[in-house]
Design a protein around this ligand. Structure first.
Ligand code: NAI
Length: 258
């Protein structure tokens, strides 16, 4: 006999993971599949997406991949509808896809960087949430997790577009937590610190180690699985009273002064 009524299982739930072809999205899709969820894997990169879905299928888990550009409003609406048709609903939405959007504010292509950055890092989240909402409302214990960044809590030189978008993700999360509160839909975000993914691949290993030594309490970059597990914790049925949180998963980056 179970002594607790709160479940730590997402088995049978349908979860959308954006940016599922690489890094944290890939780790999250794999972990959620391991935990028995139906995984809808969304990404712009068709080849990498096919690899990830193939791998999950080979493990005997239910998964479908959809190639799309999340900056395309019509594509977002079409794909979210197709996910709900395929799996019979939507319970969990993980807005994870992202791009770097760095550059000095007086650089020639700043306007384009800002626009694309906001389209992918913030507006896409709004659109997936709006499109998924009718199904989330029908779910018993719907969960939304947005992947923000420690750049939404602090800032780095030449990161203004990225930082502004990630700060926006935190604001969106908090406001929607209040808006959906009465319906029992929780909305949280995670602020990852330095993680080994496609996004940080080009940073030389020596620079990674030096940065981690100076800034990160745990003295290292994280693996994407370590963020995926934090994401899983926020979407469990048992996480029913956690909402509007911006959770750093950063090895102590944001508590270090020097
Ligand atoms: P990644 O580059 O390994 O994965 C990002 C995925 O998003 C890729 O598969 C890419 O194809 C997909 N994507 C990009 N633009 C897209 C679009 N328009 N439509 C559909 N899919 C698109 O990067 P990573 O690090 O796993 O990024 C995941 C999230 O974590 C992002 O939101 C990023 O900003 C955030 N983040 C990353 C940190 C790091 O140290 N790697 C630190 C803090 C936040």
């Amino acid at each position: 006999m179970k002594l607790s009524s709160l479940s730590r299982s997402i088995a049978g739930k349908t979860a959308i993971v954006t940016g599922a072809a690489s890094g944290m999205g890939r780790a999250t899709a794999r972990l959620f599949a391991d935990e028995g969820a139906n995984v809808a894997a969304l990404d712009i990169n068709a080849d990498a997406l096919a690899e990830v879905t193939g791998e999950i299928e080979a493990a005997g888990r239910p998964v479908r991949g959809w190639q799309l550009d999340l900056a395309d409003k019509d594509a977002v609406e079409r794909v979210i509808g197709a996910v709900a048709d395929t799996f019979g609903g939507i319970d969990i939405l993980i807005n994870n896809a992202g791009i770097g959007a760095g550059g000095a504010i007086d650089s020639d292509n700043y306007e384009a960087t800002w626009q694309r950055g906001f389209d992918v890092l913030l507006t896409a989240h709004v659109r997936t949430i709006r499109a998924a909402l009718p199904w989330l409302r029908q779910s018993d214990g719907a969960r939304i997790v947005n992947i923000a960044s420690t750049e939404g809590l602090g800032a780095t030189k030449y990161g203004s577009a990225y930082s502004a978008a990630k700060t926006g993700v935190i604001g969106l999360t908090r406001s929607l937590a209040v808006e959906f509160g009465a319906e029992g839909i929780t909305v949280n975000c995670i602020c990852p610190g330095p993680i080994r993914t496609g996004m940080t691949d080009a940073i030389p290993e020596a620079s990674k180690q030096e940065y981690a030594r100076r800034r990160v309490a745990l003295k290292r970059y994280a693996e994407p699985e370590e963020v995926a597990h934090a994401t899983l914790s926020l979407v469990l049925p048992a996480a029913s009273f956690i909402t509007g949180v911006a959770l750093p998963v950063d090895g102590g980056l944001t508590i270090k002064n020097a």
